[in-house]
Design a protein around this ligand. Structure first.
Ligand SMILES: [Zn+2]
Length: 475
């Protein structure tokens, strides 16, 4: 067997163990894993002695802003940031201009991405009130899942009514695809925001007060109720709230197919930083909350109640992050380049183990979105998406080092120990020591391979009850 590439003397990390050995790659896939003496010489040999080998990270939540807002980011800058950070798969959100709300727009975005992407990508389709009939065609076109905005955020996509959400879930349950949900209650947050604006509150913490915990908790439970009824698969994005954890546990125990992500900023940053000078940069949705919420989120992540970490990489032009009042400042900031380093910092600090990092950055997101047959582990037959990690390397994070166009970062000056030092996409070295070493756009679009759909309560779906003479209890 002739191998294209062999990474030797590595500490290979899986979700269950760490062992010494070599990984051999052929035709972009992992062809052999074993003791160094058992793996034949490759055409290219890389000695990674003293370093760890992890599967490439999967970030299911990025906003690369193309088309329509490329002054903030595009697929070239966004995927360079991903590669430099050890992320080899990203899922792009549909709140672009125009939004990704039809099969045609999905294909247009695929073309744009393929021209520039340095890492593999999935594309979300928007779940809106206006495009329910388009969902099967978007599934056919290969969308990775849908995105539902229950809470208002960047792009101001109108939040669908609960009626439309229920019908959308009925359709998605039959398709088997997962719906990622921005779970905030829009009527409540707008009511509170408008009342505070009228009362003259303009300070950063007013943003947190408008979107207090129950705004997230209510929306999570509403979404899960409808998912549980229809059999739709859902994913709660950017879980910020310790108060959600018991409810997530409840819905999982009940058999609802729900996965949940949190973000490094909710684990490390808190509202006190938000109120400090320069802290206004932290404005995002849902807001960064009190410090007391961090420990329960870490614990839920470690236990697997919160399934994994994503970033909500949401860059803006630096001037858009400024404003006279908090209400004028753009929400979100970059994250895809720093997320693995921040989780490795969690290992250095004794909060997580490296196998847990593999689970929460690669294995769990791959399983949630139907990629586990190709991604998310170091295993024979899977794509050779590999990250070499140096657990002794240190760095002071800075906005200037970001490949993103949104050179604004709440991590400025944050010291981390443990860094990705080489990133391979399907066996090709893309990034090394924070630099892009091959800018050939080899990123491909990934289609999900989900388990068989499991729709429920079919007798009373919208489609069924529109039938004349339908008897709503006969399946
Ligand atoms: Zn987002």
């Amino acid at each position: 067997m002739t191998l294209d590439l062999v990474l030797r003397h590595g500490r290979i990390v899986t979700e269950t163990r760490i062992f010494e050995g070599a990984v051999g790659v052929r035709d972009g896939k992992i062809a052999v894993i074993g003791a160094d003496s058992d793996v034949p010489e490759g055409r290219q040999e890389v000695d990674v002695a003293g370093r760890h080998l992890l599967p490439g990270c999967i970030d299911v939540h990025v906003h690369f802003r193309e088309p329509g807002m490329t002054h903030k980011e595009d697929f070239g800058t966004g995927t360079a940031a991903a590669a430099a950070g050890g992320v080899t798969t990203v899922f792009d959100m549909p709140n672009t201009v125009p939004p990704t709300d039809s099969a045609e727009r999905l294909r247009e975005k695929q073309t744009l991405a393929e021209e520039k992407a340095l890492v593999d990508f999935g594309l979300y389709g928007l779940l809106g009130e206006h495009n329910l009939a388009e969902l099967p065609a978007m599934a056919e076109a290969g969308m990775i899942g849908t995105k539902l905005f229950l809470g208002n955020t960047t792009g101001d996509n109108p939040c669908p009514s609960d009626g439309a959400v229920l019908e959308g879930f009925e359709i998605l349950a039959r398709l088997g695809l997962r719906c990622s949900i921005h779970a905030e209650n829009s009527p409540i947050l707008f009511w509170r925001q408008n009342r505070m604006k009228a009362a003259g509150r303009t300070d950063p913490l007013a943003h947190l007060a408008a979107r207090t915990d129950v705004v997230a908790i209510e929306a999570l439970n509403r979404a899960a109720t409808l998912a549980d009824w229809t059999g739709a698969r859902i994913h709660i994005v950017h879980e910020s709230c310790a108060g959600s954890v018991p409810f997530i546990r409840f819905w999982k125990d009940r058999g609802c197919d729900i996965t949940v992500e949190t973000l490094p900023q909710y684990l490390y940053l808190d509202a006190e930083t938000f109120a400090a000078p320069g802290g206004h940069l932290l404005r995002m949705n849902p807001p960064i909350r009190q410090k007391s919420q961090q420990e329960p989120l870490w614990a839920a992540l470690k236990e697997g109640v919160i399934d994994f970490v994503a970033t909500d990489h949401a860059p803006h032009a630096p001037e858009e992050k400024e404003g006279d009042t908090v209400w004028d400042m753009a929400c979100g900031f970059p994250g895809v380049q720093t997320s693995l380093a921040l989780m490795l910092e969690g290992v250095s600090a004794g909060r997580l183990t490296l196998p847990e990092v593999v689970r929460i950055m690669t294995g769990a997101p791959a399983r949630s979105f139907g990629l586990a047959d190709r991604k998310g582990a170091i295993a024979v037959g899977l794509d050779a998406d590999l990250v070499v990690v140096d657990m002794e390397a240190t760095e002071t994070l800075s906005a200037a080092a970001l490949f993103s166009r949104g050179k604004v970062s709440p991590w400025e000056g944050h010291r981390v120990r443990g860094l990705p030092v080489m990133t391979f996409l399907r066996g090709g070295l893309v990034a090394e020591n924070g630099r892009i070493v091959d800018d050939t756009p080899r990123g491909r679009m990934l289609r999900p391979e989900m388990p068989k759909p499991a729709p429920r309560n079919l007798a009373t779906t919208m489609e069924a009850v529109l039938e004349p003479g339908n008897v709503p209890w006969e399946d």
